[in-house]
Design a protein. Sequence first.
Length: 404
Amino acid sequence: MIKSWFKNIGPGPLVAAAFIGPGTVTVCTLAGVNFGFSLLWAMLLSIFATIILQEMSARLGIVSQKGLSEVIRTEIKNPLFRTLAIILILSAIVVGNAAYEAGNISGSVLGLEALFGNSSFNSSAVYSVIIGVIAFVLLFIGNYKVLEKALITLVILMSLAFLITAIVTKPNLTEIFRGLFIPKFSGESVLTVIALVGTTVVPYNLFLHAALVKEKWKKESDLKFARKDTIIAVVLGGIVSMSIIISAAAIKTYEVNGAADLAKGLEPLFGDFASYFLSIGLFAAGITSAITAPLAAAYVASGCLGWKSDMKSVRFRAVWMFILGLGVLFSSVGFKSIEIIKFAQVANGLLLPIIAGFLIWIMNKSSILGKHKNSVLQNGLGIIIFGIALFLGVKSILKVFNLL
């Protein structure tokens, strides 16, 4: 069975790689430090929501053999609504990913600096360029199978690193189960809950997944492989995120503002051992997202603008090169990434209901999906997730106004 899964492994691990970036590490770290295990339920809810929405996205990609942005462009008949939808998607995904990219690269740099230290030369700029070159080479090759293997290797490395760190902290299992299954919600934790949902249920992943499954699978009979691939990868991704929260909860006295501080904070308790593993995990989280964010933006731009979604086409390459280049530039000049990442995660949480609404609408069109359109149960779960995303978005806006 395991051999069969490895043979049919698809874009699932790439989706996991995309949502576990430095932003996720940062938000999960702050959730663990500030609230202990009490917000693990929010991560469990996020994983459930991600599985439901990503399965819809994968099903759309396989049955229609089109990307989500391409389907939206062809299915919205009203020219005004179509233009508004395309502007919204392009600004949310392409512009948003350009903003995240500096954070992805900076996060990976933090991991390298924690591992190898800061020497007299400008290590941040040098490490940023090295990470940029690695991402550039993998994307420029333009071969899905090469990209898939490289990212799966990095995801496995990242998963092991964060899991071992969590195990080393020897957490209380009873408290973990309580945090998972007994939801606690307070005024202080609302923005952290929104950020946890926003960093896991990532709108650009819905576009990336639909675009990538059609590279892997061409027949409707392959849907069962895609479902299994999605569930296993997203659950593993969720376990990684929970491992970060559990690791961070072990720190009681150290001031922690981000992932690099988490590595330092674990040193007095568990020695260099834990901080080395955490640093490796942070590097892998950063570089995987530094590859998937420009890739997703290129697929979205191609679908929205009616270009051919070919990884070797000039336009496709121009989009990801632009985003990767901006990321390397901003990371090199020392843009402070932690606050920007936190803001971007909250913004993502607010954008989610709009993108989820698009997806649920399309998944009910027999003209596109035939017998594979959403069932009553799938629609019910989708509407609940849409409602939760909308509720959290409204709460975050009210919270911001209260702060003002």
